[in-house]
Design a protein around this ligand. Structure first.
Ligand code: GLV
Length: 326
């Protein structure tokens, strides 16, 4: 892609609020129109701005599909401020010559921290404990009160051993967990050795792990990867952690499995129909549920916005994008 024609300034449409540092980088690269409300941008407002946009900076709540692209005939680039890009029809973008970028790397630690936090919350029943005190229920220390499950020596099965899966493994190994993983290909031998991790089949991972952590991208092939059959193949004392994408899990089947003690508990950051959460999950004490906070630290969100903006600046200058998807 060549840079903007001399004398013309590229129009950059930012479809949702992003940190100021990212906006500053964008303002140095082109003419920025940014939606600055916390409410989602109305489609008619978005489409009016897209009509002459060269670049769209999008959030994971935007659906970049044929309708979006049709509203933006001049579009050259979509910079998604997220590592996951299942909200972007990449094939449709490629067919129209639209470059797509995402924000890998900068949110790895924050997301793995959150996944480890959920693992500890659900195995140690921390959500239940919080609710007990906040409900003003009388309590006193007891030898058998609210016993949880220790993680040391337990097996963590990681589905998706990319950067976030590996960072989760590093944390869990430091807590004394044994690591197995399922991935398209094995990670390098030095990483396996450092983590004490071994590649296993999905079936073995599900049937032998004390905790299963989902760290894979969402795609057609991972839609409902964790369905009723997968849940039934897990140990009845096992826990499921999902910080990836909601639709990887059949949420109704998960509610049944948690209700019937098919598995022991779940720690969830993502949901099948966000922001709606299955009412069954809200009722269940063995589900820890938080509202898609994986990358939600001040530092990480700033770094994500900066990386998305630097991708835009690179492309508008005629350089290769830093983190291209297509
Ligand atoms: C968050 O879920 C992301 O994909 O960045």
């Amino acid at each position: 892609m060549s840079g903007s024609a001399p004398g013309s300034t590229a129009k950059i449409v930012v479809t949702g609020r992003i940190p100021d540092s990212g906006l500053e980088i964008l303002r140095a690269a082109g003419d920025v129109w940014a939606w600055t409300d916390d409410e989602p941008i109305p489609t008619d407002v978005r489409d009016a701005q897209l009509a002459d946009a060269d670049v769209a900076v999008t959030l994971l709540t935007d659906t970049v599909d044929d309708a979006f692209l049709a509203a933006a005939p001049e579009l050259r680039m979509v910079a998604n401020v997220a590592v996951g890009y299942n909200n972007v029809d990449v094939a449709a973008c490629t067919a129209r010559g639209v470059t797509v970028t995402n924000t890998p790397g900068v949110l790895t630690d924050a997301t793995a921290d959150l996944a480890m936090g959920l693992l500890l919350m659900v195995t140690r029943r921390l959500g239940e404990g919080e609710r007990l005190i906040r409900s003003a229920t009388p309590w006193k220390w007891g030898m058998f009160m609210m016993l949880g499950t220790g993680v040391q020596g337990r097996r963590l099965g990681i589905i998706g051993m990319g950067a976030i899966g590996e960072a989760m493994a590093t944390r869990a190994a430091a807590f004394g967990m044994e690591i197995v993983y399922h991935n398209r290909s094995a990670v390098d031998a030095a990483t396996e050795e450092r983590l004490g991790a071994s590649l296993v089949t999905l079936e073995e991972l599900l049937s032998t792990s004390d905790v299963v952590s989902l760290n894979c991208p969402y795609s057609e092939s991972t839609h409902h990867l964790i369905d009723a059959a997968a849940l039934a193949s897990m140990r009845s004392d096992a826990f499921l952690i999902n910080t990836a994408r909601g639709p990887i899990v059949d949420e109704a089947a998960l509610v049944d499995a948690l209700r019937n003690d098919t598995i022991a508990g779940a720690g969830l950051d993502v949901f099948e129909n966000e922001p709606t959460v299955h009412p069954g999950l809200i009722e269940l004490d063995n589900a820890v549920i938080v509202p898609h906070l994986g990358s939600a630290t001040v530092e990480t969100r700033g770094a994500m916005a900066d990386l998305a903006a630097n991708n835009v600046a690179a492309v508008l200058a005629g350089d290769a994008p830093l983190t291209a998807v297509n």
